[in-house]
Ligand binder design. Structure first.
Ligand SMILES: [Zn+2]
Length: 165
C-alpha cells in the first residue's frame, strides 16, 4: 500500500547513505553534525561521495584558515570561498554605502586568504580555492578538479587558479 512520498531531499540522502559502508556512514553523519549547513559545502560533499572520492575529512580546525575539506594522505586542502566575502573578481559588486568599512573588510579577508595559503604551502599542502559561483554553476566540474589533484598530483604547479570561462 502506498503511503505517499517522502521529501525529495531525504530520499536522495538515504540513497546516498545506502551506498556507503557503515563506517563511512557514521563518519559522514558525524561530519555533518559537526558543521553547519553551508549549501555550497553540502553540494560539493555529496558530489564527492557520489564520485567515490575518499580520504577526505571536513575541516578539523587545526589547520590555518580552516579549510573546508582536508585530504591528509594526498596533502591537499580545499577552500570553498563565498564570492562576496572573499571578493570574487567575477561576482564582486562594490557596496554603495559604508564603502570605507566594507572595502577595508574585504581587503583584510583577501590578505588573510593569501597569508593562509602561504602558510599551508610552506607546510607542504596543496591549496585549492574554489569560488562559490563555480560550485553553483557546476559542482561536478569542481569535484573533477579536486579529483585530478588527489589522483595524480601535478609535478610543477601546486595550485591551479580558479577556472575561467
Ligand atoms: Zn564569484
Amino acid at each position: 500500500m502506498h503511503t505517499g512520498g517522502t521529501p525529495n531531499g531525504s530520499v536522495l540522502y538515504s540513497r546516498l547513505m545506502d551506498w556507503l559502508t557503515p563506517e563511512q556512514r557514521s563518519r559522514n553523519m558525524s561530519a555533518i553534525r559537526s558543521r553547519g549547513n553551508k549549501s555550497t559545502e553540502k553540494a560539493v560533499r555529496f558530489r564527492m561521495i557520489r564520485a567515490g572520492l575518499s580520504g577526505w575529512k571536513l575541516c578539523t580546525g587545526t589547520l590555518p584558515g580552516k579549510p573546508d575539506f582536508v585530504f591528509e594522505t594526498a596533502k591537499v586542502v580545499v577552500f570553498l570561498d563565498g564570492c562576496y566575502w572573499h571578493g570574487c573578481p567575477k561576482c564582486y559588486r562594490a557596496p554603495t554605502s559604508n564603502t570605507g568599512y566594507w572595502s577595508e573588510k574585504f581587503r583584510r579577508n583577501k590578505d588573510r586568504d593569501k597569508r593562509v595559503g602561504q602558510l599551508l604551502r610552506r607546510d607542504g599542502w596543496k591549496v585549492v580555492r574554489i569560488w562559490e559561483h563555480e560550485i553553483k554553476r557546476s559542482p561536478a566540474k569542481v569535484v573533477e578538479k579536486i579529483r585530478a589533484l588527489i589522483v595524480s598530483p601535478p609535478s610543477g604547479r601546486l595550485c591551479e587558479s580558479a577556472s575561467t570561462s
